[in-house]
Write a protein that binds this ligand. Structure first.
Ligand code: EUG
Length: 602
């Protein structure tokens, strides 16, 4: 798996790399393995049996499932846990664990080939009361990857055999995809068909599933950057085995499933996003028209607290669509880390890298010294772009010391050009480089939502900085600016082979979540290990929202088999038995058993 240089190609594997990114992938892989000291486990393991079923019965149930799906489509997880890397990631556990490696692990992985197969798996899980955990491709890195929340769950790897692009409509600018279609795959296919008039929207790394990323409400960097807002139509297998199509998909013979998201009656799609209420097997997505030209631009700002004035300038320009895309505002140390070298190349001390060293190094770079970089893109033909870029220039330069960096001065391997491709919907792999900041580099994100306002941005920045200093962690904040809010993304990069560093990351995250909530900030998305705590902050009116979610969970999934604990939603059989992971719970991910099965027969 980790053999030097080999990286699976998209032509060989649904999760592979496109040919034109192969060299980049090989280099990225080499860098990761150069700094890896964690030995690949060779520990023979017994499969973890989920609570609530007796061992013999569990293997009998797996035998039965093998009869249904074929032996090769049911894999028992009794092998050593191999972490691999981004392009060769495991589907059995979290390759970037914050807790012990053996906490969030699957007992088995199954590979359906169709919606009907998914139904069969769901009925099987109900029959034996076995927890199942669907993944699209398992690349939700920073948020748990492929791992299930409940130890010993059977992971349903949807993507491996359900990776078809079912439709691309070049007239309506829409597509319909299965869970195993990556951003790379959709982009390649659109290019191969010669559809130059259509763009996709991609996150920083293009290897993820379009369905998975969208359901977790991920972001991209074109004007279509809010993926959930841009989807249209779902096909969903419910936890009791029925299949529904949402929106216009409910009307047989319709031809508007991908162009009108709402259909008639209650809009159900929302309950299948970040939830454990159903398994999405198809999703429609809208595509962006090629704007007929584009131009990336970048501004550098000198001081940390220039952030306050910058946000006040950004807000009206963003709402007014002069700033057209989800931009990133990135902090100094990231400009260094994204070059892919370990932090020891710049600083060999313990604790956070001192700011003087950061700035001393930045002064020697092509871009020059800065506290913040704004990466944005302007779309359309040149005269349209000029109108917008002139306004932006005039506004941004109101900040003392602000300067526009001329792209013509930047070499072609400068990170700027990766942002340029991504903001034009061309998937890339460069963002991976900063995991090499520390050996066995792993990351986990703190992702609060904030108004686009100077006071809020500074409050979150100062809070994050204070807590990173407290726990001795380098601070990597980046703001992704949406239309009326922004997500602050703070990536904690840690050595997963060092239990003290894992603990520091965990403690820092929990304290940031708590402090942010006191000030009225909540996370838009989070890691499996933090879901109970984050869900607990959305507690207005005596936890009314969680009570509502629990009622839906119990109604839709009476046996509590589908992704128990996802987003902090525990089925009745698990509640009150200590399954929650919180600041005071300790770091065991399991509770004390599950209630005997409900009476529900399907
Ligand atoms: C990013 C990362 C995220 C996210 C949004 C944006 C970009 C990082 C890991 O999570 O949720 C540079």
């Amino acid at each position: 798996m980790s053999s030097e240089n080999s990286v699976p190609l998209l032509s060989q594997k649904h999760s592979g790399i496109p040919e034109n990114l192969l060299e980049k992938a090989q280099n990225a892989k080499a860098l990761i393995y150069e700094t890896r000291t964690k030995s690949s486990s060779t520990r023979q393991r017994l499969p973890v049996i989920p609570q609530g079923i007796e061992r013999g019965k569990f293997f009998q149930a797996l035998d039965e499932l093998q009869q249904v799906l074929g032996n090769e489509n049911v894999e028992i997880n009794d092998k050593p846990l191999v972490d691999g890397w981004y392009m060769e990631h495991p589907n059995t556990h979290d390759m970037m664990p914050i807790l012990d490696d053996e906490e969030l692990v699957a007992s088995a992985v199954v590979y359906p080939s169709s919606t009907e197969d998914v139904q069969k798996i769901v009925l099987w899980a109900n029959k034996y009361r076995i927890p199942i955990f669907p993944i699209s491709m398992g690349r939700n890195l920073g948020y748990g990857g492929a791992a299930p929340r409940v130890r010993g769950s059977v992971v349903i790897d949807l993507g491996k055999r359900m990776s078809r692009i079912l439709d691309i409509n070049p007239d309506d600018y829409t597509c319909l995809v299965e869970p195993g279609v990556s951003f790379y795959a959709l982009h390649e296919t659109i290019q191969a068909k010669g559809y130059k008039h259509m763009w996709i929207d991609t996150p920083d790394l293009g290897g993820g599933s379009i369905v998975g990323n969208t359901l977790d409400r991920g972001v991209g960097y074109t004007p279509y950057g809010d993926h959930w807002a841009c989807h249209s139509g779902l096909e969903v297998v419910l936890p009791t085995g029925e299949v529904i199509r949402t929106g216009m998909g409910a009307l047989p013979g319709n031809n508007t499933w991908q162009s009108f998201p709402y259909g008639f009656g209650p809009y159900s799609d929302g309950i299948f996003s970040q939830s454990n209420f159903g398994i999405v097997t198809k999703m429609g997505m809208t595509l962006m028209p090629n704007p007929g030209g584009y131009e990336s631009f970048m501004y550098a700002f000198e001081k940390d607290d220039n952030l306050a004035a910058l946000m006040e300038i950004i807000r009206p320009l963003r709402i007014g669509n002069i700033l057209e895309n989800v931009a990133q505002v990135r902090h100094a140390i990231q400009s260094i880390a994204v070059k892919g070298k370990p932090r020891t190349a710049y600083f060999s001390g313990e604790g956070p890298m001192p700011s003087e060293i950061v700035h001393e190094y930045l002064r020697t770079t092509t871009i020059g010294d800065h506290a913040w970089l704004y990466y944005g893109m302007s779309y359309g033909p040149e005269h349209i772009r000029k109108y917008k870029l002139d306004i932006i220039d005039q506004e941004f330069k109101k900040i003392p010391g602000a300067r526009k960096v001329d792209p013509a001065t930047l070499p072609k391997d400068e990170y700027f050009w990766s942002r340029d491709r991504i903001a034009a919907g061309i998937p890339d792999l460069v963002e991976l480089l900063w995991v090499n900041w520390v050996p066995n580099g792993s990351h986990v994100a703190f992702s609060p939502v904030s108004p686009i306002r100077g006071t809020d941005a500074m409050k979150l920045f100062n809070m994050g900085k204070r807590l990173h200093d407290k726990y001795g962690i380098d601070f990597f904040p980046a703001f992704c600016v949406g239309l009326r809010e922004m997500h602050l993304i703070v990536e904690i990069v840690f050595d997963k082979n060092d239990s003290k560093k894992r603990k520091a990351a965990n403690d820092c995250l929990r304290e940031m979540i708590e402090d942010a909530a006191k000030e009225g900030y909540g996370e838009y998305r989070t890691h499996l290990v933090l879901m109970d705590q984050v869900a607990g902050t959305y507690n207005w009116n005596d936890n009314a929202l969680m009570k509502f979610n629990e009622r839906m969970k119990d109604a839709l999934d009476p046996n509590g088999i589908l992704a128990p604990g996802k987003s902090g939603i525990w089925p009745a059989r698990y509640r009150g038995r200590g399954w929650e992971l919180t600041k005071s719970s300790g770091n065991g991910s399991e509770g004390n058993g599950v209630a005997p099965s409900m009476t529900m027969k399907l």
